[in-house]
Design a protein around this ligand. Structure first.
Ligand SMILES: *[C@@H]1O[C@H](CO)[C@@H](O)[C@H](O)[C@H]1NC(C)=O
Ligand SMILES: *[C@@H]1O[C@H](CO)[C@@H](O)[C@H](O)[C@H]1NC(C)=O
Ligand SMILES: *[C@@H]1O[C@H](CO)[C@@H](O)[C@H](O)[C@H]1NC(C)=O
Ligand SMILES: *[C@@H]1O[C@H](CO)[C@@H](O)[C@H](O)[C@H]1NC(C)=O
Ligand SMILES: *[C@@H]1O[C@H](CO)[C@@H](O)[C@H](O)[C@H]1NC(C)=O
Ligand SMILES: *[C@@H]1O[C@H](CO)[C@@H](O)[C@H](O)[C@H]1NC(C)=O
Ligand SMILES: *[C@@H]1O[C@H](CO)[C@@H](O)[C@H](O)[C@H]1NC(C)=O
Length: 424
């Protein structure tokens, strides 16, 4: 927290300290910092927001210098993105890769802790055939360049996939890649294994619910199942939430290509997941209450309980929530512009009233383990929210100049924390 915020408001200090001292600040989770908006707060104002929810890992879709500079020496770990448009360039040339690294990564090291670079976003299921063919060569070229710069031990090269790469996904253990994806995976996966690169999947149980709100149980997608779990009859593993079933479907597909030993050694991360707090009339389930439940329960599961998925129960699952902000320039249905935990001005996107603040620890997740019905994954997973491109960002760091503003700025994230917090 930045003390300067208290300039004219020191009489509020005891309140803040009281609030903060009573909060269980134990969440450690990743978040996607998308910037397809023209009204976002300045990056330096974002750090306190992330700290307030104990985010320690940030994923960018680009290498925005303002953000990478603002987050130097903060302890935040970064996954940054090489945008799609550079993929074909890098594919043929290590020197292009070195040039890109020297312009976009090296200047921020070691102050900013960049640990991973994603090559494009959901390239394999995208429409650009040249990029599809260039994906692995670009990843290899980037890795070779990192090696030459002695950075390959510190920075991994990976790429996020959409769940659309899967053919069947039920039951999870018999999941496979789509026939047109498989030949690419057959080459990419050995590279990823060899270079210890994490496998990134963008997974949105929300899409499954939206596409079949009567068939898919809302409790199952919101981590609040009350009835008996969905059992994978091949493995006898029990699933009480859809996200974990989706992740294990991905694990099984990887094993189908790499084999059990190597496949099991590849780390799977959820590079995007989330829930919109608002949608069009035909976007069932896109409500603040559901968004609060999805993200809150997820944080609890992953960070507090340190739960792995049934296929890898002892492996902590790294998850990046989508996203920090509602992004006003994203195309598509209303939900696309409402995935943020925060509004552009830094106040929480959900209606966190005092009623919720007082909510006792009749912990919704606990009341309601085990599970639902319906298919484990969406039959036709929708495309993930469109990746952030580097559109114009005129960060209108709108200065809060009165105490009420400061109060909002500090207390509201605190309330958000309380509401999302597992053990309040
Ligand atoms: C954030 O979470 C991590 C991991 O659970 C924990 O070690 C750390 O103390 C938390 N930070 C704060 C400020 O509580
Ligand atoms: C990359 O190499 C392929 C063949 O190796 C060639 O067809 C393509 O035009 C090259 N692309 C660029 C950008 O040089
Ligand atoms: C960067 O993040 C990695 C992974 O969490 C960690 O191991 C490393 O110590 C961090 N480096 C710095 C300089 O903080
Ligand atoms: C679940 O999948 C089965 C077969 O894969 C299909 O027949 C059924 O309609 C699906 N149910 C829902 C709710 O999607
Ligand atoms: C909260 O829970 C505690 C114990 O579980 C109980 O004693 C207390 O009355 C509850 N408070 C409210 C406001 O419900
Ligand atoms: C939560 O679950 C644990 C273990 O299942 C149980 O011991 C505990 O009483 C539960 N707490 C609540 C509030 O239901
Ligand atoms: C934002 O982008 C639009 C179209 O790309 C452009 O017309 C406009 O001038 C840009 N605004 C700023 C502030 O860069």
């Amino acid at each position: 927290m930045e003390i300067r915020l208290f300039n004219h408001c020191y009489y509020l200090l005891p309140l803040f300290i009281f609030l903060l001292s009573t909060l269980p600040l134990t969440i450690s989770i990743g978040i996607n910092y998308g910037q397809v908006a023209d009204n976002l707060r300045d990056p330096k104002d974002v750090l306190p927001l992330l700290r307030s929810i104990n985010v320690t890992k940030v994923k960018l879709y680009d290498t925005n210098p303002k953000i990478l500079k603002a987050f130097a020496h903060t302890g935040i770990e970064f996954t940054v993105g090489l945008p799609d448009k550079y993929i074909t360039d890098l594919a043929n040339s290590t020197s292009s890769a070195i040039h890109w690294l020297k312009s976009n990564i090296i200047p921020y090291l070691p102050g900013t802790n960049i640990t991973s670079i994603t090559v494009g976003n959901e390239v394999l299921t995208g429409k650009d055939a040249a990029n599809v063919d260039s994906l692995l060569p670009a990843m290899e070229s980037l890795h070779t360049a990192l090696h030459k710069l002695h950075l390959d031990g510190r920075i991994s090269v990976t790429t996020p996939y959409s769940l659309d790469i899967l053919d069947s996904s039920y039951p999870p253990s018999s999941s496979t890649f789509k026939p047109d994806v498989k030949p690419y995976m057959a080459k990419i996966l050995p590279f990823m294994w060899k270079t210890k690169s994490p496998f990134l999947i963008n997974a949105y149980p929300y899409f499954a619910y939206k596409s079949d709100p009567t068939g898919v149980k809302i409790d199952y997608v919101l981590f609040e199942s009350t009835d008996s779990g969905v059992v994978d009859s091949t493995t006898n593993l029990k699933y009480d939430n859809m996200l974990f079933a989706q992740v294990d479907a991905v694990r099984a597909a990887i094993v189908s290509v790499l084999g059990k030993k190597k496949g099991g050694e590849l780390e799977v991360r959820v590079s995007e997941t989330g829930w919109p707090s608002k949608g069009d009339v035909d976007e069932k389930g896109a409500t603040k209450e559901n968004a609060r439940k999805y993200n809150g329960n997820l944080m609890k599961l992953v960070d507090k309980e340190k739960k792995g998925t049934p296929m890898a129960p002892h492996v902590a699952l790294e998850v990046y929530i989508f996203a920090v902000f509602n992004e006003n320039l994203k195309p598509g249905p209303t939900s696309e512009r409402n995935y943020g935990l925060f509004k552009p001005d830094g106040t929480p996107a959900y209606d966190f009233g005092l009623k919720l603040l007082k909510k006792n620890s009749t912990d919704s997740l606990n009341n309601s383990r085990l599970t639902g019905v319906g298919n484990l994954t969406s039959p036709t997973p929708s495309p993930a929210p469109t990746p952030s491109l580097d559109l114009n960002r005129t960060s209108s760091a709108h200065k809060v100049s009165n105490c009420f503003g400061s109060l909002i700025e500090l207390v509201v994230p605190a309330i958000l924390l309380v509401v999302l917090s597992p053990s309040w």
